[in-house]
Ligand binder design. Sequence first.
Ligand SMILES: O=c1ccn([C@@H]2O[C@H](COP(=O)(O)OP(=O)(O)O[C@H]3O[C@H](CO)[C@@H](O)[C@H](O)[C@H]3O)[C@@H](O)[C@H]2O)c(=O)[nH]1
Length: 475
Amino acid sequence: MSAATSEETPNPRSSKVHILVFPYPAQGHMLPLLDLTHKLSLRGLSITILVTPKNLPTLAPLLSAHPSIHTLILPFPSHPKLPPGVENVRDIGNAGNLPIISALGMLYDPLLRWFQSHPSPPVAILSDFFLGWTLSLAQQLRIPRIAFFSSGSFLTSVLDYCWRIVRTVPSLSIVHFPDLPRSPSFKQDHLPSVFRLYRESNPETEFLKDGMLANTSSWGCIFNSFEDLEGEYLDHLRTVMGHPRVFGVGPLSLRGINDGTDRDNPNPDSDTHTLTWLDGCPDGSVLYVCFGSQRLLNKRQMEALASGLQKSGTRFVWVVKAGTIEQVADGYGIVPDGFEKGVAGRGLIIKGWAAQVKILSHKAVGGFLSHCGWNSVLEAIAGGAMILGWPMEADQHVNARLLVEDMGVAVRVCEGVDSVPDPTELGRVIAESMSGDSTEKERARVLRDKAFKAVGDGGSSSRDFDRLVEALNQL
Ligand SMILES: O=c1ccn([C@@H]2O[C@H](COP(=O)(O)OP(=O)(O)O[C@H]3O[C@H](CO)[C@@H](O)[C@H](O)[C@H]3O)[C@@H](O)[C@H]2O)c(=O)[nH]1
């Protein structure tokens, strides 16, 4: 396996601290880490970023803004469960996570050799929390490893506890977390999907478990989160880890490199059209509907959602992901016939990729029907949009609990990956949530102000980011 580097090396005589950034290849994981990399580069760190060849285009905005960032391109290791050419979860769906995690683990030796032959190698590894094995590599190299979490610190607290009692959890229908702030409990099937993959003695899930446990044993943890949203869980993790190197630096989309239009979007004209359409809508009147970068709704869900939107009488922008030929043949992601015509002028359908960050920060958008993926949550908060939650899988049930029960900034409209909402009830809740004022809407506005304060001068995220940069500069 041979490596390609963009330039041979950062100047060995340079006094800048050199770090390796290693993102996990899924849009929801990569985009916030690229935003963080942008911010670290602005603070003068020397950065090498590791990707496999097919993920290189996602780096385009970052590399054009920071020509000094180096790339390390390693071939994607083959895996029997991954079709050739698959290098990103986007290409295969969530079922691809486990084999992709395992396959990337095979980069241990090539990466070790790269470090050993580098004249001025990185002094730390900053890697996604799905790449926990990089802690062992960092230990072998005697350098710190920092875990980057594209999910929240509440999720991490839940997940860390689950992994520690991994043998007990599967037998419980309700799992209690007595040591966590607010002592939450979750139904077994609402636990994070990555944990529910675990099967004792299966080498791939044992590898996953070890990697996950390695996260909180790492030198530090960075969260796309902020004190006013998750302060108690950030503190909890500081206690679990036994040191203060837990940094809440979000929302990273605020002043991030990926402002929505630059994100690897094959269809920028559709962004312009959407934003112009929004310009003509009254403030707070539009519901934005999108279920992240991967999730496709099945035929019955598409019909129920279309009918709910129709009945709600509300203005909306609905992003529908493109499916594979097989998925489309099964009715996944198909907008019912005649729907677009029936809602012309009131509703817009975007097929493929939308400028989500820009849309959510547009003043016409007042609500967001979302699966509660963590990036969507943070982007909605930054836009001051109230969330109508439909958590499905992964960390989304945990996130929904934080938003609905703890923070009171969202309502739940449906739950479950295969659930089909009742269209009449959905239409009613959308209409009710989008018209007039509600406590949730008011709280969402207050939380947006707190998010801006967090990343502003002297705010909690700025302070944590300064602490992080200072600590890195001392390595
Ligand atoms: O048309 C689109 C669709 C998505 N996005 C962006 O893509 C990201 C999507 O991330 P997220 O909302 O977190 O959803 P997923 O893509 O589903 O992310 C996965 O990864 C997240 C981070 O770990 C988890 O929180 C989710 O549950 C998991 O499904 C966000 O930044 C969006 O702004 C766009 O810009 N345009």
